[in-house]
Design a protein around this ligand. Structure first.
Ligand SMILES: [Zn+2]
Length: 138
């Protein structure tokens, strides 16, 4: 099949999707902050640079976009065309693999790891936050 999307266009698509990831991260961060939680963000000292970190409690939270992190949820956020999947598939697989490695390293070092997905945040924000608080507090 011919490659009809230029690499310039692809990187535009990619940065657009990445900025969506950032906005779901902000939805969660704002909520936690409003509830009085204080945390580190994009914490570089830990594997995978977790999006939200509670250092004293040793809790690392990752907020993943369904598309780039290969969430097998069947939501519209994970959806892609056949040709996009053929093109980005290997990259998405590598991302998934790395995500798993980061989680394993963190857990091996006594960190509690929580992964929040785009589909959960966008479809059930209140429930996702309530569930998250429960995990943070227990
Ligand atoms: Zn999902």
């Amino acid at each position: 099949m011919a490659d009809t999307i230029s690499s310039d266009r692809r990187s535009k698509i990619m940065s657009h999707i990445k900025s969506k990831d950032t906005s779901i991260e902000m939805m969660v961060r704002r909520r936690l902050f409003a509830m009085g939680y204080r945390y580190r963000v994009n914490y570089k000292a830990l594997p995978g640079k977790p999006d939200i970190v509670f250092t004293k409690k040793k809790i690392a939270i990752f907020i993943h976009g369904c598309y780039w992190h290969g969430h097998d949820c069947g939501s519209r956020y994970a959806h892609t065309s056949q040709s996009n999947r053929a093109y980005w598939g290997p990259k998405i697989e590598r991302t998934k693999q790395r995500d798993q490695e980061h989680i394993q390293k963190l857990e091996a070092n006594g960190w509690k790891v929580i992964v929040l997905w785009e589909c959960e945040i966008k479809n059930h924000l209140e429930l996702t936050i309530a569930d998250l608080i429960e995990k943070i507090e227990n």
